[in-house]
Design a binder for this molecule. Structure first.
Ligand code: MG
Length: 384
């Protein structure tokens, strides 16, 4: 069964509450903005890029790239560069097709960034097609599920005060969630204090995680790493600039708290030095940047190093979330999956039947392919 059509659909959805707290006044404008101390550009909208791949028999597979800004870039790469390589091929060649797409621009140095985001969207759509053609969920095609539900942590706690964060966390503990990640990076003492306040309020059994958004130098990260060890934190994410594998290796050797890294990386080649140099204890690829194929391969490679996986899941919507749950179910070395409740609600509003996350776990969608159906009419209304 041959692929006949590949269409990319960039989407922009107005958002009410941001992951990092209230939006600054300039967020009312269309332009992207900065949120110091973080250095990345942010959008006032949920932005993402879907891809729809159809076969001659009318079977449709959906993919999605993580595209928090400029989703039109992913659209252009898919439609101009990747689509011609996919049309006429069978979706069942998904692994071969990943390599075909990767090789198109490899020798020109495009083996990361937007190029891989676009490849990942197509890879997810190809897996969705494979599942629909064979009548099986993707986790089954990957060799089966290691678990009946996928455990997760609540990510963000976007409140400006310690008391507010505790209060928000308690609304989730009342619903059966027992793991939380703080978006931090506000200084070693402030970050340790924020985690300490949650530890005091929530008790020793709660899993507490910290994301430092790459703001620290090695000496600061070592200090905070010791504090997080004392507080019994589950991991210390993104402590140092993401290119600096060597400093992460020194940090991981110096502190007991597990070091987590990976939302910036996209392929097994990019994760290889992190494993070889023992620079990370937990890997966090995003399925919207690495696709189902690479996240699965990265997980298997990590398992050989006794390293666990905590896939990143941020502003990807329903296709991205379903794809992540599918691959998280099928890897042996899962630690926890990320869960952002406000994004989840937006994502579900675009699905014909909602994904479910309750009592601290995602339920695995059991339908064929990704197990979810997009409301295409709604999606078309939101097309950028
Ligand atoms: Mg992060």
């Amino acid at each position: 069964m041959q692929i006949t059509h590949v269409e990319a659909i960039p989407v922009r959805i107005k958002r009410d509450e941001a992951y990092l707290g209230a939006l600054p006044p300039e967020a009312d404008r269309e332009a992207y903005f900065l949120r110091p101390p973080y250095r990345a550009l942010y959008s006032a909208y949920f932005e993402t890029a879907f891809v729809k791949i159809s076969t001659e028999d009318g079977v449709v597979g959906w993919g999605e790239a993580l595209a928090p800004v400029a989703p039109e870039v992913v659209q252009q790469i898919i439609e101009q560069l990747l689509a011609p390589a996919l049309i006429g091929r069978s979706p069942l060649d998904v692994n071969v097709l990943w390599n075909v797409m990767y090789d198109l621009m490899r020798e020109r140095g495009y083996y990361g960034g937007f190029m891989l985001d676009a490849i990942s969207a197509c890879d997810i759509a190809l897996w969705d097609l494979c599942g629909k053609m064979l009548g099986q969920p993707v986790y089954q095609l990957l060799g089966g599920a290691f678990r009946e539900r996928v455990p997760c942590y609540v990510s963000g706690l976007p409140r400006p005060t310690a008391a507010g964060r505790v209060e928000l966390a308690q609304t989730y503990t009342a619903q059966g969630f027992d793991a939380f990640k703080l978006a931090a990076g506000h200084g070693v003492r402030a970050d340790a204090k924020s985690v300490g306040a949650l530890r005091d309020a929530l008790g020793d059994e709660t899993t507490l995680l910290l994301d430092a958004h790459w703001v620290y130098a090695l000496d600061e990260a070592v200090q905070l790493g010791h504090a997080l060890t004392d507080l019994g934190a589950g991991f210390f994410e993104a402590p140092i600039n993401p290119e600096d594998v060597e400093s992460h290796a020194q940090l991981a050797a110096a502190v007991a708290v597990p070091i987590a890294h990976g939302e910036t990386e996209r392929t097994r080649y990019q994760f290889r030095p992190w494993l070889m140099q023992k620079a990370a204890d937990i890997l966090q690829p995003d399925v919207g940047r690495a696709g189902i194929s690479e996240v699965f391969k990265i997980a298997i490679m990590a398992e050989a190093f006794n390293v666990k996986m905590a896939p990143h899941l941020s502003v990807g919507l329903g296709i991205c979330i379903a794809a992540t749950i599918q691959v998280a179910a099928a890897i042996p070395n899962l630690y926890l999956l990320e869960y952002q409740p406000p994004v989840f609600d937006i994502a579900n509003a675009l699905l014909e039947s909602p994904l479910v996350c309750r009592d601290g776990c995602y339920e695995i969608p059991y339908g064929a392919g990704l197990g979810v159906a997009l409301d295409e009419d709604r999606l078309r209304h939101l097309q950028a």
